[in-house]
Design a protein around this ligand. Structure first.
Ligand code: PLP
Length: 371
């Protein structure tokens, strides 16, 4: 059930709000929010819940955003037992603040935690933590075009113990950051390097979980992409090195001249994006045939060469829908859609952001009011 009006939900009321003694002055906050670069500016508070094997989840609180105290022997620092989420608070024209399909993020956070042998945070605590934090920091939700309050829930193994077994203590934290467009310069096509020598995930691995370790594995190939003059990496499946999987933090879609849209099917090593699933629905409603199936790189390259592939785009919460204008890799370097933003890419981006920013009715019940 989504929150109606601006009443505090019981899930958020479970959080004890301990306001910071040093909130940023209005003028300073507004200066920081004027043109936020992704992930560099943070709000006054953070939400937290602590877990121990003996006491379970406890000490729900909103407190001053600041350094975490942890032992150098904390398990997360040694074995990487950590998971995270990413969602946004959108300010609507009437001043209210909403988030998009947070139940899906809550469910995925539980699934990621299971895979990393971390405790599962109850859905109510996930939703309550976000609502409590955004209410405390409501002045930090920007109202400019394409701006939002990026929310980063995460959980890490906090037990002071070097033995190799699941941690018996964990800390759940949510931080928030006012953001503008993910890629500086706004919506413009990005260049992609297809990695053929590295993978982000493999069969039986953690690819379907949203965990820091997957990102750690993607950084060296990302560096290789920069060296090739590309901005992002697309990974292939580890088993055969022939099928497209996704970018380091975004899912990928291919638009065909026939109007059909294809995206790699969830194979256990692809992260199931909330944006991906929403776009599948929106494209279908717009009359496109949408297909989830294995997409061979060779088929994509042939399609770009002979014109049967007309657009390629990536999607995720942070970057929304991002056109791909160039696809390069070992032995190929192709321009996509003339290096411009294709019509299907543009239309689905507009449709999705219109829903998120409340410019069009939310016929799917995807929006969840926070403030
Ligand atoms: C978070 C993420 C995505 C996008 O998921 P959304 O729910 O759409 O934000 C895609 N791929 C990876 C690897 C991710 O971590």
């Amino acid at each position: 059930m989504s929150t109606t009006a601006t009443d505090l939900s019981p899930a958020a009321a479970a959080f004890d709000v301990r306001p910071t003694d040093v909130p940023l002055a209005d003028a300073e906050r507004e200066a920081l929010m004027a043109s936020p670069t992704f992930g560099t500016v943070f709000t006054d508070h953070m939400a937290r819940v602590t877990w121990t094997a003996d006491a379970g989840w406890h000490d729900r609180r909103v407190e001053k955003h600041g350094p975490l105290l942890l032992s150098p022997a904390s398990a997360v620092l040694h074995y990487g037992q950590e998971v995270f989420e990413g969602l946004k608070g959108y300010r609507h024209a009437d001043g209210s603040v909403w988030t998009f399909r947070p139940q899906a993020n809550a469910a995925r956070f539980q699934a990621s935690a299971r895979r990393l042998a971390l405790p599962e945070l109850p859905v109510e605590d996930f939703l309550g933590s976000i609502e409590a934090l955004v209410r405390a920091d409501r002045a930090w939700v920007p109202s400019g075009e394409e701006t939002s309050l990026y929310l980063r829930p995460f959980m890490y193994a906090s037990e002071t113990f070097l033995g190799v077994r699941p941690s018996r203590e964990a800390e759940y934290v949510v931080i928030a950051s006012p953001v503008g467009p993910y890629f500086s310069g706004g919506v413009k096509p990005v260049s992609i390097w297809v990695a053929q020598d590295y993978h982000r995930a493999g069969p039986g691995g953690t690819g379907a979980a949203k965990c820091g370790g997957n990102y750690a594995a993607s950084l060296l190939p990302q560096q290789a992409a920069y060296a090739q003059g590309c901005e992002q990496v697309c990974f292939l499946d580890a088993a055969t090195n022939t099928f497209l999987e996704e970018l380091g933090g975004m899912n990928v879609f291919v638009v065909l001249a026939s109007g059909e849209v294809v995206t790699p099917g969830l194979n256990g090593s692809i992260l199931e994006g909330v944006t991906r699933s929403s776009i599948l629905t929106l494209l279908q409603e717009a009359g496109h045939a949408v297909t989830e199936r294995p997409v061979p790189l060779a088929e994509l390259l042939d399609g770009l060469a002979d014109g049967t592939v007309t657009e390629v785009f990536a999607c995720g919460t942070a970057a929304v829908v991002t056109p791909i204008g160039r696809l390069a890799g070992d032995g190929f370097d192709l321009t996509v859609a003339g290096g411009a933003t294709g019509a299907v890419t543009s239309a689905v981006r507009t449709r999705l952001t219109d829903i998120q920013y409340g410019r069009t009715p939310d016929s799917h019940g995807w929006m969840h009011r926070l403030v």
